[in-house]
Design a protein around this ligand. Structure first.
Ligand SMILES: NC(=O)c1ccc[n+]([C@@H]2O[C@H](COP(=O)([O-])OP(=O)(O)OC[C@H]3O[C@@H](n4cnc5c(N)ncnc54)[C@H](OP(=O)(O)O)[C@@H]3O)[C@@H](O)[C@H]2O)c1
Length: 337
């Protein structure tokens, strides 16, 4: 598949529109009859937009769904139960910009001896101008990338996600799946500056998308590195943990909630007409969760229903290893081990 890179976010968006018209083969959505009974699936940011639509799909297939949410408790859980017709849905509160909250969340999963078959890391944020978390980290860096590293490290270490590398009950005959919701904007990002890694960038309205793309480049580079680390045998061998990522395409969600007030009356109708519904956008995420073929591979990147390669920098093993060590260093400085 083509691995186009883009000099700016506009070319990424244009490429996204062209991809929608592309003749490249698409995968077929997983038929509704395919069941996930007995499976436990975590979905972060499941109170809104894509995450909520994914939670409904997985609950409809019979999975036990854990909605990890900062807000919307209990209403969003009630909505998911009503829409899916399943009562096997629970909500756990977590703020993915707050290390203490993430620790409490991971402690709860460990203490309840929960085993996850699927973890969909969906939560994301786009502040209109730069903001920092309570730990002084830029918010998109913290939520869109770092939180995934922190939570996954704990879930793998504690065996909540079974795996061989951390010495926790590998299940190679039925590998768990870890899925990241990324974005094609990772292609148009400025490179990761490893010399200033973790230092907050300041930006205004005009540069928000640029730094959003950078946070997704961090995430996509992490996804590739995690896939390599958890599956040293590489793709083509039976994976120990299937690690995949996806850009769901443009979604008519609450993502633009922080857009300037003057822009909202324009943005709302445009999004309603040109962007997909969260329900439609959830189809390829559901594919990564439920398709048999995605349980036999790792490191797959999808843009909507097309499998392609993520950007060249995100696939570079040297950059992946550096990202990993710099992240560990940063977390040590914040006393998160
Ligand atoms: N919308 C698009 O066009 C588009 C395109 C490509 C990729 N994506 C990606 O798709 C994913 C879902 O976004 P969406 O479009 O569905 O937007 P959304 O409706 O705004 O949903 C974002 C979710 O992330 C949660 N979240 C944000 N900050 C959090 C925090 N600190 N702790 C816990 N949860 C937090 C939100 O919770 P609260 O409601 O409590 O804030 C919400 O549930 C994101 O990763 C986004 O980057 C979106």
């Amino acid at each position: 598949m083509a691995n186009r890179s883009h000099s700016n976010p506009l070319t990424a968006i244009l490429s996204g529109l062209l991809d929608q018209r592309s003749k490249d083969p698409k995968v077929a959505p997983v038929p509704r009859r395919v069941r996930l009974d007995g499976r436990t699936c975590l979905v972060t940011g499941a109170n809104s937009g894509l995450g909520k639509a994914v939670a409904i799909r997985l609950a409809s297939r019979g999975a036990h769904v854990i909605m990890a949410c900062r807000s919307g408790i209990p209403e969003a859980g009630d909505d998911v139960r009503a829409a899916s017709g399943s009562d096997s849905v629970e909500m756990i509160q977590v703020d993915l910009s707050d290390f203490d909250s993430m620790t409490a969340f991971c402690d709860e999963l460990r203490d309840r001896r929960i085993t996850l078959d699927v973890a969909v890391f969906n939560a994301g944020v786009v502040p209109v101008t730069s903001r920092t978390s309570k730990h002084g980290l830029e918010l998109m860096f913290a939520v869109n990338f770092l939180a995934k590293f922190v939570v996954l490290d704990r879930l793998l270490h504690d065996g909540v996600i079974p795996n061989a590398v951390y010495g926790n009950n590998s299940r190679a005959e039925d590998p768990p799946r870890v899925i990241f919701v990324s974005s094609e904007t990772h292609r148009s990002s400025i490179p990761i500056d490893f010399d200033t890694f973790g230092e907050p960038n300041e930006y205004g309205v005009a540069d928000g998308v640029k730094y959003y793309g950078l946070s997704k480049l961090h995430l996509t580079t992490f996804f590739q590195e995690l896939s390599r680390r958890l599956n040293p045998g590489g793709n083509g061998n039976v994976p120990d943990v299937c690690v995949h990522a996806i850009c769901p395409g443009a979604i008519n969600s609450n993502m633009a909630r922080e857009a300037p007030t003057w822009l909202k009356p324009i943005l709302k109708p445009v999004m309603a007409v040109f962007f997909q519904s969260p329900e439609k956008a959830s189809i390829p995420v559901d594919y990564l969760v439920a398709a048999d073929e995605m349980g036999a591979k790792t490191g797959e990147y999808m843009h909507m229903l097309r499998v392609k390669e993520s950007s060249e920098p995100s696939m570079d093993p040297e950059k992946g290893a550096l990202l990993w060590s710099k992240t560990e260093e940063l977390l040590r400085r914040h006393d998160v081990t």
